[in-house]
Design a protein. Structure first.
Length: 133
């Protein structure tokens, strides 16, 4: 793993959350993107080398809607940038981690992604990210 790629934050109201984080970080989001397969709209902020991803559900049965109903707003996941996502997935699987998708899938911000179950990470959902080239 190379570094933390971003921190994902589940929010109930994306417009309001963007206003909050714009005031907090002193910068506007650089990108808003809908990921239909995940039933989510994302909004990305850059702060130095780091990124914050706000996640809002587009469907009451989507994963973010379910997360909000169960836990409320807050940190949803930590994403790590990887050089070779398939290699990392194989390495983690062999080490006993539970992968939530068997193959990398296209996620937000032009990335291949895979999620690692939070039960294996002391309650933290981990996302692996590799740039799509």
């Amino acid at each position: 793993m190379k570094r933390i790629e971003h921190i994902g934050i589940a929010v109930a109201d994306l417009d309001q959350a963007e206003k909050t984080y714009k005031a907090l970080l002193g910068t506007s989001p650089y990108k808003r993107e809908e990921v239909e397969s995940e039933k989510v709209i994302t909004s990305f902020f850059k702060t130095g080398k780091n990124k914050i991803e706000l996640l809002a559900s587009t469907d009451e049965n989507g994963v973010i809607a379910k997360y909000l109903a169960k836990k409320g707003e807050g940190i949803h996941h930590i994403a790590f940038k990887v050089k070779d996502i398939k290699w990392e997935m194989e390495r983690l699987s062999e080490a006993g981690f539970t992968l939530l998708n068997p193959e990398p899938k296209i996620g937000a911000d032009n990335k291949w992604v895979c999620f690692v179950h939070p039960k294996d990470n002391h309650g933290v959902l981990v996302e692996l990210c590799q740039d799509i080239v």
